[in-house]
Design a protein around this ligand. Structure first.
Ligand code: AMP
Ligand code: ZN
Ligand code: FE
Ligand code: FE
Length: 300
């Protein structure tokens, strides 16, 4: 039996390991395939694929997009995308612009408390920046000691320096993925903290929006939720995926290759995913910025 991990964050978003370090870890654990699913960016690609080839670890191009559905924020994973699709790149750039705007508003609030922090303190470069990076700046300046403290004091939802960010409606996030030839999957449903009945109803709604699968194996899904999701996917004809959601930082719930409670993710899930990864002809659908809504819900 071989194993995979289809949910990992790198330094290109809020992880602490570079794609090459992640691939080395995956290889040392004997994983046959992984996906680096950074938040709202595919900047790890194509380099990650080339590094994977050298290490004999298959790399499935992936992304994790935060979207908005009925007052709730959802994380949608995309797998098998053409990472250089112009429509996808334009869409992800629009999302990054919304992140930058939000970072500015958070920094302005922190400056309002006379804290010595500015936008220039955030890492510049290929990677995406967000609240974890602002937390690191607060730590490096001795304002707080840990990321947890930075969130508790300033950055958590409704915290003193919290600012919301505009999110894509879930339909557009799914379209962005499927128009780039990818498969859209609901990430870590366990994080939604809703009943099985509500999860089943939500899944139906998301299927109408183009959802093709559910991340059943994830550290935030309890064993009971996992078993429920496996049955749900079977009866709804959905794909199942799984991953560790490894970030390499404090608070990680599982190491690379594990989905909580030492559960491993069997590679047959990837075989099914691959047979579905389609070659939908890319439609050039630019995102209409006015359709990005303000996030009113607790970000995960
Ligand atoms: P952002 O993408 O800027 O909204 O930041 C979201 C990220 O912040 C998550 O992926 C977590 O890594 C981190 N995060 C969210 N809430 C907390 C918290 N309460 N304590 C520590 N880190 C958190
Ligand atoms: Zn993250
Ligand atoms: Fe997530
Ligand atoms: Fe994630």
């Amino acid at each position: 039996m071989s194993y995979i991990d289809l949910h990992i964050h790198s330094t290109l978003s809020d992880g602490t390991s570079s794609p090459a370090e992640i691939i080395a870890k995956a290889s040392s654990k004997g994983l046959s395939a992984i996906s680096i699913t950074d938040h709202d960016t595919m900047n790890a690609y194509p380099d990650a694929i080339l590094s994977g080839e050298k290490a004999h670890v298959e790399i499935i191009p992936g992304v994790e997009i935060t979207a908005h559905h009925q007052e709730r924020s959802l994380h949608i994973l995309g797998f098998g995308l053409q990472y250089d699709s112009p429509a996808l790149c334009a869409g992800l750039q629009t999302i990054q612009a919304a992140r930058q705007e939000r970072n500015q508003r958070i920094i302005a609030k922190l400056q309002g408390f006379n804290l010595p922090i500015s936008l220039e303190d955030l890492p510049q470069g290929k990677g995406q920046t967000g609240r974890p990076h602002i937390a690191q700046v607060l730590i490096s300046k001795g304002i707080v000691r840990t990321q947890q403290e930075a969130f508790a004091k300033f950055l958590r939802k409704n915290g003193a320096a919290y600012a919301c960010r505009q999110l894509l409606p879930v339909r557009q996030a799914i379209e962005l993925i499927s128009d780039a030839g990818g498969i859209a999957v609901l990430a870590h449903p366990g994080s939604l903290k809703i009943t099985e009945t509500d999860l089943s109803a939500l899944t139906r709604q998301l299927m109408d929006e183009g959802l093709c699968g559910i991340e059943a194996y994830h550290p935030m899904n309890s064993e009971k939720t996992l078993q429920f999701l496996l049955k749900l996917c079977h009866s709804f004809g959905l794909l199942t995926t799984g991953g560790s959601d490894f970030h390499g930082r404090e608070g990680d719930k599982a190491p690379i290759g594990e989905a909580g409670g030492k559960r491993r993710i069997p590679s047959h899930l990837l075989d099914q995913l691959k047979s579905s990864i389609n070659t939908i002809q890319e439609r050039q659908v630019p995102i209409n910025r006015s359709q990005m809504y303000t996030d009113k819900c607790t970000p995960f």
